[in-house]
Design a protein around this ligand. Sequence first.
Ligand SMILES: NC(=O)c1ccc[n+]([C@@H]2O[C@H](COP(=O)([O-])OP(=O)(O)OC[C@H]3O[C@@H](n4cnc5c(N)ncnc54)[C@H](OP(=O)(O)O)[C@@H]3O)[C@@H](O)[C@H]2O)c1
Length: 247
Amino acid sequence: MAAQTTVLITGGNSGFGYAVAEELASDDTKHILLGCRSAEKGKRAVAELQKQAQAKVDYVQLDVTDEKSIAAAVSEVGEIYDRLDILVNNAATLDQVQESLGLQLASCFQTNSTGVALAVDAFLPLLKKSSNVARIINISSGAGSLRRRVNQGPNAKVVGMQGVAYAASKAALNMITLAQAKAYGGDALKVFVYTPGFVISNLSTLNTAENGAKSPKDGALGLAKVINGERDGEHGGFLSESGQYEW
Ligand SMILES: NC(=O)c1ccc[n+]([C@@H]2O[C@H](COP(=O)([O-])OP(=O)(O)OC[C@H]3O[C@@H](n4cnc5c(N)ncnc54)[C@H](OP(=O)(O)O)[C@@H]3O)[C@@H](O)[C@H]2O)c1
């Protein structure tokens, strides 16, 4: 059997990241690593995924706001697998409205922007050891689109400064991804931004079917195509399931 493709999904214990893991679990060419900050949640998610007969899934402790945790995860993945083929930077947090604007900004940037930059930096040597095309996929959001904000009409759902920390951190993530694509991209390594669209998850109390959110499984199918190399020609792009998203 050909060597399995190792896929690390940060924040893979719930919502979109979990749905991606579920989608890949039925593919026996994939070895999924769920990078989770909570051992309890991570191990529970792994146990659930392992109910699928052919699933190869393991838990890796990973808090993207903690450089020691990132370094330990790199060591663990390196010792066991000697390489990483795909890194899906999915972990994120949203503005906690009970906190001050400063704390909301600090928290969103630390997890959603800085955390991704640090994780990529730390895992890069293992990605370079991939014997196939390695891929970095940073999960962003339409909320981070500058064009969308420019075009925002008076009836837009997001009003005033509401959600600005999350939106700004995702705009920063888009820039970080472009820098990574230019700095590291080439025949052996592809870099993307991907937005799943509005899906049911634990991100906020609004992410429910009643509010029109779709199943995260729908977006996961789209991401699996990026993971499998079907969209390598769009390296450096801001991808959605149906095409390219506006920056
Ligand atoms: N849902 C949407 O409509 C939507 C739309 C556009 C983009 N997105 C993006 O999709 C991605 C997944 O979000 P989701 O909607 O599936 O939300 P979610 O269910 O809340 O999942 C977020 C995951 O990130 C983890 N996480 C948060 N901080 C972390 C940290 N410091 N280190 C490691 N893991 C951390 C969470 O872990 P805990 O369980 O421990 O909190 C959780 O597993 C995010 O990048 C989000 O911005 C979502």
